[in-house]
Write a protein that binds this ligand. Sequence first.
Ligand code: TXD
Length: 310
Amino acid sequence: MSKPKVAVVGAGQVGGSTAQSLIQKELADVVLIDVVPGLPQGKALDLSQAAAVEGWDCKVTGSNDYKDLAGAAIVVVTAGIARKPGMSRDDLLNTNAKIVGEACESIVKHAPGAIVVVVTNPLDVMTALAHKVTGFGDQRVFGMAGVLDQGRMRCFLAEALGVSVKDVVTLVLGSHGDSMVPVASGCNVAGVSVLDLMPRDRYEKIAQRTRDGGAEIVQLLKQGSAFYAPAASIVQMVASVLRDEGRVLPCCVRLNGQYGLRDVFIGVPAKLGARGVEQIIELHLSNDDLAALQKSAAHVKEQVSKLALS
Ligand code: TXD
Protein backbone atom coordinates (compact mmCIF):
# COMPACT_ATOMS: atom_id res chain seq x y z
CA MET A 1 0.00 0.00 0.00
CA SER A 2 1.42 3.38 -0.88
CA LYS A 3 2.06 5.73 1.98
CA PRO A 4 1.87 9.52 2.11
CA LYS A 5 5.07 11.25 1.16
CA VAL A 6 6.95 13.48 3.58
CA ALA A 7 9.86 15.56 2.31
CA VAL A 8 12.56 16.56 4.78
CA VAL A 9 14.61 19.50 3.55
CA GLY A 10 18.04 19.39 5.21
CA ALA A 11 19.52 15.93 5.66
CA GLY A 12 21.61 16.90 8.67
CA GLN A 13 21.29 15.72 12.25
CA VAL A 14 17.64 16.66 12.76
CA GLY A 15 16.61 15.73 9.21
CA GLY A 16 18.23 12.29 9.37
CA SER A 17 16.73 11.43 12.75
CA THR A 18 13.33 12.67 11.60
CA ALA A 19 13.45 10.42 8.55
CA GLN A 20 14.43 7.48 10.74
CA SER A 21 11.59 8.02 13.17
CA LEU A 22 9.04 8.53 10.37
CA ILE A 23 9.86 5.19 8.76
CA GLN A 24 10.25 3.40 12.09
CA LYS A 25 6.64 4.30 12.82
CA GLU A 26 5.72 3.43 9.21
CA LEU A 27 4.07 6.82 8.88
CA ALA A 28 5.31 7.86 5.46
CA ASP A 29 7.67 7.38 2.55
CA VAL A 30 10.41 9.95 2.97
CA VAL A 31 12.53 11.99 0.61
CA LEU A 32 15.57 13.70 2.11
CA ILE A 33 16.74 16.81 0.25
CA ASP A 34 20.03 18.58 0.85
CA VAL A 35 22.51 20.74 -1.06
CA VAL A 36 25.52 18.57 -0.15
CA PRO A 37 26.10 16.04 -2.94
CA GLY A 38 25.78 12.46 -1.70
CA LEU A 39 24.64 13.31 1.84
CA PRO A 40 20.89 12.76 1.41
CA GLN A 41 21.50 9.79 -0.92
CA GLY A 42 23.89 8.16 1.57
CA LYS A 43 21.57 8.63 4.53
CA ALA A 44 18.60 7.40 2.49
CA LEU A 45 20.45 4.25 1.49
CA ASP A 46 21.52 3.57 5.06
CA LEU A 47 17.96 4.13 6.31
CA SER A 48 16.52 1.89 3.56
CA GLN A 49 18.83 -0.85 4.77
CA ALA A 50 17.83 -0.26 8.40
CA ALA A 51 14.21 -0.59 7.25
CA ALA A 52 15.07 -3.87 5.54
CA VAL A 53 16.67 -5.21 8.72
CA GLU A 54 13.74 -4.14 10.87
CA GLY A 55 10.94 -4.80 8.39
CA TRP A 56 9.71 -1.20 8.25
CA ASP A 57 7.64 -0.96 5.10
CA CYS A 58 8.57 2.53 3.90
CA LYS A 59 10.70 3.95 1.13
CA VAL A 60 13.46 6.50 1.72
CA THR A 61 15.17 8.36 -1.09
CA GLY A 62 17.73 11.16 -1.15
CA SER A 63 18.11 14.01 -3.60
CA ASN A 64 19.96 17.26 -4.30
CA ASP A 65 17.13 18.45 -6.50
CA TYR A 66 14.13 20.32 -5.14
CA LYS A 67 12.05 18.81 -7.95
CA ASP A 68 11.78 15.73 -5.76
CA LEU A 69 9.52 17.65 -3.39
CA ALA A 70 6.76 16.83 -5.87
CA GLY A 71 3.90 14.89 -4.33
CA ALA A 72 4.86 15.62 -0.71
CA ALA A 73 1.90 15.99 1.63
CA ILE A 74 4.16 17.56 4.25
CA VAL A 75 7.50 19.31 3.90
CA VAL A 76 9.63 19.56 7.04
CA VAL A 77 12.22 22.34 6.77
CA THR A 78 15.36 21.65 8.79
CA ALA A 79 17.86 23.20 6.36
CA GLY A 80 20.26 25.74 7.78
CA ILE A 81 23.13 26.07 10.16
CA ALA A 82 22.95 25.05 13.82
CA ARG A 83 24.31 26.89 16.86
CA LYS A 84 27.86 26.67 18.15
CA PRO A 85 28.66 27.09 21.86
CA GLY A 86 28.06 30.69 22.94
CA MET A 87 25.73 31.50 20.03
CA SER A 88 22.09 32.44 20.50
CA ARG A 89 19.44 31.25 18.05
CA ASP A 90 19.10 34.83 16.84
CA ASP A 91 22.73 34.76 15.66
CA LEU A 92 21.59 32.37 12.91
CA LEU A 93 19.06 34.84 11.51
CA ASN A 94 20.57 36.04 8.24
CA THR A 95 22.26 32.85 7.11
CA ASN A 96 19.23 30.72 7.77
CA ALA A 97 16.76 33.25 6.32
CA LYS A 98 18.47 32.90 2.96
CA ILE A 99 18.39 29.10 3.10
CA VAL A 100 14.79 28.86 4.34
CA GLY A 101 13.63 31.50 1.83
CA GLU A 102 15.11 29.49 -1.06
CA ALA A 103 13.67 26.25 0.24
CA CYS A 104 10.22 27.83 0.48
CA GLU A 105 10.36 29.16 -3.08
CA SER A 106 11.03 25.61 -4.20
CA ILE A 107 8.17 24.27 -2.10
CA VAL A 108 5.79 26.69 -3.84
CA LYS A 109 7.06 25.52 -7.20
CA HIS A 110 7.14 21.78 -6.66
CA ALA A 111 4.76 21.01 -3.77
CA PRO A 112 2.12 23.76 -3.85
CA GLY A 113 -0.43 21.73 -1.88
CA ALA A 114 1.91 20.76 0.95
CA ILE A 115 1.73 21.54 4.65
CA VAL A 116 5.00 23.10 5.83
CA VAL A 117 6.51 22.36 9.23
CA VAL A 118 9.38 24.74 9.96
CA VAL A 119 12.20 23.62 12.26
CA THR A 120 15.18 25.83 11.38
CA ASN A 121 16.21 28.45 13.96
CA PRO A 122 15.50 31.12 14.95
CA LEU A 123 12.26 29.16 14.81
CA ASP A 124 9.54 31.78 15.18
CA VAL A 125 11.17 34.14 12.69
CA MET A 126 11.80 31.37 10.15
CA THR A 127 8.15 30.29 10.43
CA ALA A 128 7.02 33.86 9.71
CA LEU A 129 9.38 33.91 6.74
CA ALA A 130 8.05 30.59 5.40
CA HIS A 131 4.48 31.89 5.76
CA LYS A 132 5.35 35.02 3.80
CA VAL A 133 7.33 33.32 1.03
CA THR A 134 4.95 30.41 0.45
CA GLY A 135 1.71 32.35 0.84
CA PHE A 136 0.17 29.05 1.96
CA GLY A 137 -1.88 30.66 4.72
CA ASP A 138 -2.13 30.27 8.47
CA GLN A 139 -3.30 26.66 8.50
CA ARG A 140 -0.58 25.19 6.33
CA VAL A 141 2.53 26.83 7.79
CA PHE A 142 3.59 26.30 11.38
CA GLY A 143 6.72 25.65 13.40
CA MET A 144 8.02 23.02 15.80
CA ALA A 145 9.45 24.10 19.15
CA GLY A 146 6.90 23.87 21.96
CA VAL A 147 6.61 20.08 21.81
CA LEU A 148 10.36 19.95 22.34
CA ASP A 149 10.40 22.59 25.09
CA GLN A 150 7.53 20.89 26.92
CA GLY A 151 9.32 17.55 26.55
CA ARG A 152 12.47 18.99 28.05
CA MET A 153 10.56 20.37 30.99
CA ARG A 154 8.71 17.06 31.43
CA CYS A 155 12.07 15.28 31.54
CA PHE A 156 13.48 17.65 34.20
CA LEU A 157 10.34 17.58 36.37
CA ALA A 158 10.00 13.78 36.24
CA GLU A 159 13.62 13.43 37.25
CA ALA A 160 13.33 15.95 40.11
CA LEU A 161 10.15 14.39 41.47
CA GLY A 162 11.12 10.76 40.86
CA VAL A 163 7.98 10.00 38.85
CA SER A 164 7.30 8.60 35.39
CA VAL A 165 7.50 11.05 32.51
CA LYS A 166 4.14 9.62 31.46
CA ASP A 167 2.36 11.35 34.34
CA VAL A 168 3.98 14.75 33.99
CA VAL A 169 2.12 17.46 32.08
CA THR A 170 3.94 20.67 31.19
CA LEU A 171 3.02 23.89 29.45
CA VAL A 172 5.52 26.07 27.65
CA LEU A 173 4.43 29.00 25.49
CA GLY A 174 6.14 31.79 23.61
CA SER A 175 9.16 32.04 21.41
CA HIS A 176 11.70 29.22 21.10
CA GLY A 177 14.42 31.35 22.66
CA ASP A 178 15.45 33.18 25.76
CA SER A 179 11.97 34.69 26.17
CA MET A 180 10.29 31.25 26.30
CA VAL A 181 7.37 31.14 28.76
CA PRO A 182 7.04 28.03 30.99
CA VAL A 183 3.63 28.28 32.70
CA ALA A 184 3.52 26.90 36.26
CA SER A 185 -0.29 26.67 36.36
CA GLY A 186 -0.16 24.32 33.36
CA CYS A 187 2.36 21.94 34.95
CA ASN A 188 1.11 19.01 37.01
CA VAL A 189 1.73 15.39 37.91
CA ALA A 190 -1.40 13.33 37.32
CA GLY A 191 -3.50 16.41 38.02
CA VAL A 192 -1.60 17.61 41.11
CA SER A 193 -0.12 21.07 40.58
CA VAL A 194 3.65 21.06 40.40
CA LEU A 195 3.74 23.90 42.93
CA ASP A 196 2.08 21.57 45.47
CA LEU A 197 4.89 19.10 44.89
CA MET A 198 7.96 21.31 45.07
CA PRO A 199 8.92 24.75 46.41
CA ARG A 200 8.57 27.61 43.93
CA ASP A 201 12.31 28.30 43.79
CA ARG A 202 12.98 24.70 42.77
CA TYR A 203 10.29 24.97 40.09
CA GLU A 204 11.83 28.25 38.87
CA LYS A 205 15.24 26.56 38.46
CA ILE A 206 13.63 23.87 36.32
CA ALA A 207 11.79 26.51 34.27
CA GLN A 208 15.11 28.27 33.66
CA ARG A 209 16.84 24.99 32.77
CA THR A 210 14.05 24.46 30.21
CA ARG A 211 14.71 27.90 28.68
CA ASP A 212 18.40 26.98 28.52
CA GLY A 213 17.70 23.38 27.45
CA GLY A 214 19.04 23.77 23.93
CA ALA A 215 22.16 25.67 25.02
CA GLU A 216 22.97 23.01 27.66
CA ILE A 217 23.17 20.39 24.90
CA VAL A 218 25.11 22.69 22.54
CA GLN A 219 27.70 23.21 25.31
CA LEU A 220 28.04 19.48 25.86
CA LEU A 221 28.20 18.45 22.21
CA LYS A 222 30.54 21.31 21.26
CA GLN A 223 29.56 20.72 17.63
CA GLY A 224 25.96 21.00 16.49
CA SER A 225 22.82 21.04 18.57
CA ALA A 226 20.16 18.63 19.82
CA PHE A 227 18.53 16.28 17.35
CA TYR A 228 16.96 13.20 18.95
CA ALA A 229 14.30 15.08 20.94
CA PRO A 230 13.71 17.61 18.13
CA ALA A 231 13.11 14.74 15.68
CA ALA A 232 10.72 13.01 18.10
CA SER A 233 8.82 16.30 18.45
CA ILE A 234 8.57 16.83 14.68
CA VAL A 235 7.25 13.32 14.19
CA GLN A 236 4.57 13.78 16.85
CA MET A 237 3.29 16.81 14.95
CA VAL A 238 3.56 15.14 11.53
CA ALA A 239 1.67 12.09 12.84
CA SER A 240 -1.17 14.26 14.09
CA VAL A 241 -1.56 15.72 10.60
CA LEU A 242 -1.11 12.51 8.60
CA ARG A 243 -3.47 10.52 10.80
CA ASP A 244 -5.83 13.46 11.37
CA GLU A 245 -5.47 12.90 15.12
CA GLY A 246 -6.48 16.40 16.20
CA ARG A 247 -3.87 16.45 18.91
CA VAL A 248 -3.54 19.67 20.85
CA LEU A 249 0.17 20.44 20.77
CA PRO A 250 2.13 23.62 21.35
CA CYS A 251 2.96 24.94 17.88
CA CYS A 252 4.44 28.12 16.50
CA VAL A 253 1.40 29.59 14.74
CA ARG A 254 0.22 32.94 13.46
CA LEU A 255 -2.00 34.69 15.96
CA ASN A 256 -4.96 36.75 14.85
CA GLY A 257 -6.06 38.52 17.99
CA GLN A 258 -5.70 35.60 20.40
CA TYR A 259 -3.80 36.53 23.57
CA GLY A 260 -4.13 40.16 22.49
CA LEU A 261 -1.61 39.50 19.71
CA ARG A 262 -1.94 39.89 15.98
CA ASP A 263 0.18 39.03 12.96
CA VAL A 264 2.94 37.36 14.91
CA PHE A 265 4.21 33.78 14.97
CA ILE A 266 4.56 32.45 18.50
CA GLY A 267 4.16 29.19 20.41
CA VAL A 268 0.67 28.43 21.78
CA PRO A 269 -1.43 25.24 21.93
CA ALA A 270 -3.09 24.38 18.65
CA LYS A 271 -5.11 21.49 17.26
CA LEU A 272 -3.30 19.71 14.44
CA GLY A 273 -5.27 17.65 11.95
CA ALA A 274 -5.40 16.79 8.26
CA ARG A 275 -5.75 20.45 7.27
CA GLY A 276 -2.85 21.55 9.45
CA VAL A 277 -3.63 24.08 12.19
CA GLU A 278 -7.36 23.54 12.74
CA GLN A 279 -7.81 25.56 15.92
CA ILE A 280 -5.77 27.87 18.11
CA ILE A 281 -6.46 27.31 21.78
CA GLU A 282 -6.69 30.42 23.94
CA LEU A 283 -5.81 29.68 27.56
CA HIS A 284 -6.73 31.82 30.51
CA LEU A 285 -3.35 33.03 31.68
CA SER A 286 -2.36 35.00 34.75
CA ASN A 287 -1.44 38.63 34.11
CA ASP A 288 2.24 37.78 34.58
CA ASP A 289 2.19 34.88 32.13
CA LEU A 290 0.24 36.91 29.57
CA ALA A 291 2.71 39.79 29.91
CA ALA A 292 5.61 37.34 29.44
CA LEU A 293 3.96 35.92 26.29
CA GLN A 294 3.41 39.41 24.91
CA LYS A 295 7.02 40.33 25.63
CA SER A 296 8.17 37.19 23.87
CA ALA A 297 5.99 38.10 20.87
CA ALA A 298 7.43 41.62 20.80
CA HIS A 299 10.90 40.10 20.55
CA VAL A 300 9.84 37.90 17.62
CA LYS A 301 8.28 40.93 15.87
CA GLU A 302 11.50 42.87 16.30
CA GLN A 303 13.55 40.03 14.81
CA VAL A 304 11.10 39.63 11.92
CA SER A 305 11.33 43.35 11.17
CA LYS A 306 15.07 42.88 10.63
CA LEU A 307 14.21 40.62 7.70
CA ALA A 308 12.22 43.37 5.97
CA LEU A 309 9.54 40.89 4.95
CA SER A 310 6.86 43.22 3.79
O1 TXD B 1 13.16 23.21 18.19
C1 TXD B 1 13.62 23.48 17.12
N1 TXD B 1 12.89 24.12 16.22
C2 TXD B 1 15.01 23.09 16.77
C3 TXD B 1 15.67 23.77 15.68
C4 TXD B 1 15.64 22.00 17.42
C5 TXD B 1 16.87 21.56 16.98
C6 TXD B 1 17.56 22.16 15.85
N2 TXD B 1 16.99 23.36 15.40
C7 TXD B 1 17.52 23.99 14.18
O2 TXD B 1 17.33 23.12 13.08
C8 TXD B 1 19.01 24.26 14.20
O3 TXD B 1 19.31 25.42 14.92
C9 TXD B 1 19.26 24.42 12.70
O4 TXD B 1 18.90 25.72 12.30
C10 TXD B 1 18.32 23.40 12.07
C11 TXD B 1 18.98 22.11 11.64
O5 TXD B 1 19.70 21.55 12.70
P1 TXD B 1 20.67 20.30 12.45
O6 TXD B 1 21.26 19.94 13.76
O7 TXD B 1 19.97 19.26 11.66
O8 TXD B 1 21.80 20.98 11.54
P2 TXD B 1 22.78 20.27 10.51
O9 TXD B 1 23.13 18.89 10.98
O10 TXD B 1 23.87 21.25 10.25
O11 TXD B 1 21.89 20.08 9.19
C12 TXD B 1 21.45 21.13 8.41
C13 TXD B 1 21.47 20.65 6.97
C14 TXD B 1 22.88 20.37 6.44
O12 TXD B 1 22.98 19.02 5.99
C15 TXD B 1 23.03 21.36 5.27
O13 TXD B 1 23.81 20.84 4.20
C16 TXD B 1 21.58 21.55 4.88
O14 TXD B 1 20.89 21.66 6.12
N3 TXD B 1 21.33 22.72 4.04
C17 TXD B 1 20.42 22.70 3.03
N4 TXD B 1 19.58 21.74 2.62
C18 TXD B 1 18.76 22.02 1.58
N5 TXD B 1 18.73 23.22 0.97
C19 TXD B 1 19.55 24.23 1.37
N6 TXD B 1 19.51 25.42 0.76
C20 TXD B 1 20.44 23.97 2.45
N7 TXD B 1 21.39 24.71 3.10
C21 TXD B 1 21.91 23.94 4.07
